[in-house]
Design a protein around this ligand. Structure first.
Ligand SMILES: [Zn+2]
Length: 250
């Protein structure tokens, strides 16, 4: 997210998107995935990060026990729109053109960006995956909905070809994608999902985020996973958080 774009959004949305820590390296206190600024200390680094320590509905989780809720289909209305790819030190993020949306509970959420974690942040039945994509959406009031897609090692993933070829290798670098990346192509064919209420997985760990985790993983080659891991230079997954009173629906 560029600052100029933020200024046009509602304050809460601006806060959440900035807070997602997904684009704005240099915003807020320094945090990391290990050492004195690692996840176990996030809640103490900055007063704005206290939810990382005191929150009761944090992400990621291990999706083990589920309740059958006969969840409705998510309406996907995506077009190719990934235009800029940013290495922000915490992830590699592809910023998305306006106009791609999902519908959920009768609300429309716009796709803002997608980014990656290795290994996966969420687990399923106690199992981690080698990589996880987060497709971050916001509705008109700034409520966030994140679609998570798990990757397992296998054949090369063609949806990653363009962003992987252009992947910025160092923090602070941005690549412009001549061929717009497709979020649709990242999705599995079967879009059954798990749903739970959670948080940003990065400081300030803000809660009130709807999580939609695709049940079916997609494939990425060993080389593709290694390329992302090398560009990051370190794992970028927050440890699993307690479920507390939450229920995962399917
Ligand atoms: Zn993420």
């Amino acid at each position: 997210m560029k600052r100029t774009a933020i200024a046009t959004l509602t304050p809460i949305l601006g806060t959440l998107i900035l807070g997602a820590g997904l684009a704005c390296a240099g915003e807020g206190a320094h945090w990391d995935y290990s050492g004195p600024h690692g996840p176990e200390h996030w809640g103490e680094i900055d007063p704005h990060f206290t939810a990382c320590k005191t929150g009761k509905a944090q992400t990621p989780i291990d999706i083990s026990t589920r309740s059958d809720a006969d969840l409705p289909r998510i309406g996907f209305h995506y077009k190719p729109g990934g235009h800029d790819e940013v290495h922000n030190g915490h992830t590699i993020q592809v910023d998305y053109d306006a106009g791609s949306t999902i519908t959920l509970d009768g609300r429309e959420y716009s796709l803002k960006q997608f980014h990656f974690h290795t290994p996966s942040e969420n687990h399923v039945g106690g199992k981690a995956f080698p990589m996880e994509a987060h497709l971050v959406h916001a509705d008109a009031e700034g409520h966030l909905a994140v679609i998570a897609v798990m990757f397992e090692e296998g054949p090369e993933n063609l949806a990653l070809a363009s962003p992987w070829a252009a992947m910025p290798r160092a923090h602070g670098h941005t690549a412009h994608l001549a061929n717009k990346a497709s979020a649709e192509a990242l999705l599995p064919a079967d879009r059954a999902y798990y749903r739970f209420e959670g948080s940003l997985t990065t400081p300030p760990c803000t809660e009130g985020v709807t999580w939609l985790v695709m049940k079916h993983p997609v494939s990425a080659s060993h080389g593709q996973i290694v390329k992302f891991a090398r560009a990051m230079g370190h794992p970028n997954n927050r440890p699993i958080q307690p479920l507390n009173a939450r229920v995962v629906l399917e």
